[in-house]
Design a binder for this molecule. Structure first.
Ligand code: NAD
Length: 381
């Protein structure tokens, strides 16, 4: 099969779904690769680098979509990209089918198969193609770097001839994939790191990374993520009040807050309120990784960096993985390559779209002219 990656059209998107390395692996599966001219440029991969790896570079999107049997992308397609798909062609990219019904119906009407990378089931066997996790890991790391870039002091404490510098105090709210990456980066830079999550089972992970878990003095048993497939469920009003009370107690002494709290299918919970921002010292920084879902902080403006009246920087960028496009393209292209490995079981360049396979079935949102989203519930493993 011919596998082609177009240049991303979403404004500012710097990632690319194919790298010279991933193309080499795809060749071992019997596939050939195409890339649109300039597609890797913002990720630091030149057209010549692709050519040297034996990848055909085509002039524009039209040539790419015409020449490829399977189109691989990062961002969900725009409608004009869906309109380029033809019967029997496959698109693999992030797709967010719940939010993109029109695109979904249009792809099904064109009888194209769409594999949504955001729908890959989060089970151990599928970790190698879990692009949500690989991108969240980068976002968590980059959030700390971004915080450091906006913070006028060191993370680590120092005793120097010029004076004693206290370590920064960092609070990470939400310890899923992005939060744990942020905790790891923050402790590695030497900050005193505190972290909170509604799922008490993450306390051990937080502590094993050298951070301190913020316990709530709350009698009712905090929710157990095991009952919600590992994800958080909304907190009770009483739990939330206790949580906010704890955050208010911490706010005056925290220099950097990284918020990552999300609940699937809902707007981000508001956890860092305006009065907490006001309690923070001037020069403190909040990086809100939940900005795309409305933000965990009251003051967050998605895609913007603002400064509050009392001098606290609030960063609401929603493109952290794209800001590290070389790294994220490498990991994303590997996730895609693993998906194609499972789709090419005989390594003979022939796709076997096995709808009996839980992972392939879960991620397939249109197939053979039908919308196949949502998938049936996973079989008990
Ligand atoms: P997510 O992005 O949905 O949420 C981020 C974090 O916010 C979660 O840890 C959640 O508990 C937390 N949160 C929600 N409300 C909160 C609140 N009010 N206060 C504080 N924190 C709050 O999470 P994610 O990173 O996608 O991970 C979700 C789960 O899936 C985790 O248990 C993770 O380990 C698991 N996971 C499993 C696999 C796998 O098995 N293949 C892969 C990835 C993630």
């Amino acid at each position: 099969m011919k596998i082609g990656a177009p240049k991303e059209v979403y404004e500012g998107e710097a990632r690319v779904a194919l790298t010279p390395d991933s193309a080499q692996q795809l060749r071992k599966l019997g596939h050939e690769c195409l890339i649109q001219a300039g597609a890797g440029e913002r990720a630091g991969i030149t057209d010549d680098a692709y050519r040297e790896a034996g990848i055909e570079v085509v002039a524009d999107a039209a040539a790419l979509f015409d020449g490829a049997d399977i189109v691989i992308k990062v961002r969900e397609p725009q409608m004009d990209e869906v309109q380029r798909l033809r019967e029997g062609q496959t698109l693999i990219s992030f797709f967010w089918p719940a939010q993109n019904e029109e695109l979904l119906n249009a792809a099904a009407a064109r009888k194209a198969t769409v594999i949504a990378m955001d729908m890959v089931p989060r089970i151990s066997r599928a970790q190698k193609m879990d692009a949500l996790s690989s991108m969240a890991n980068i976002a968590g790391y980059r959030a700390v770097i971004e915080a450091g870039n906006n913070f006028g002091r060191f993370f680590t404490g120092q005793v120097t001839a010029a004076g004693k510098v206290p370590p920064a105090r960092v609070l990470v709210v939400g310890a899923g994939v992005a939060g744990l990456a942020a905790i790891g980066t923050s402790t590695a830079l030497g900050a005193i790191t505190l972290a909170f999550d509604v799922r008490p089972e993450v306390a051990e992970q937080i502590e094993s990374m050298g951070a301190e878990f913020v316990y709530l003095d709350f009698e009712e048993e905090a929710q157990d993520g095991a009952s919600t497939g590992g994800y958080a469920a909304p907190s009770s009003p009483e739990f939330r009040e206790k949580q906010l009370e704890k955050f208010r107690e911490l706010a005056p002494d925290i220099d950097i807050v990284i918020t990552t709290a999300l609940i699937p299918g809902r707007p981000a919970p508001k956890l860092w309120t305006e009065d907490m921002v006001r309690m923070m010292k001037p020069g403190s920084v909040i990086v809100d990784l939940a900005a795309e879902k409305g933000g965990n902080c009251d003051l967050t403006v998605p895609n913007e960096r603002i400064v509050s009246d009392n001098g606290v920087v609030v960063v609401g960028y929603t493109d952290f993985p794209s800001r590290m496009a070389t790294q994220s393209s490498m990991l994303y292209a590997t996730n895609i390559r693993h998906m194609l490995t499972d789709l090419t079981p005989e390594k003979d360049g022939v796709i076997n779209h096995n709808m009996e396979d839980d992972v392939i079935r879960g991620a397939t949102v249109t197939h053979a002219g039908e919308v196949t989203y949502p998938p049936p519930p996973p079989k008990v493993q």
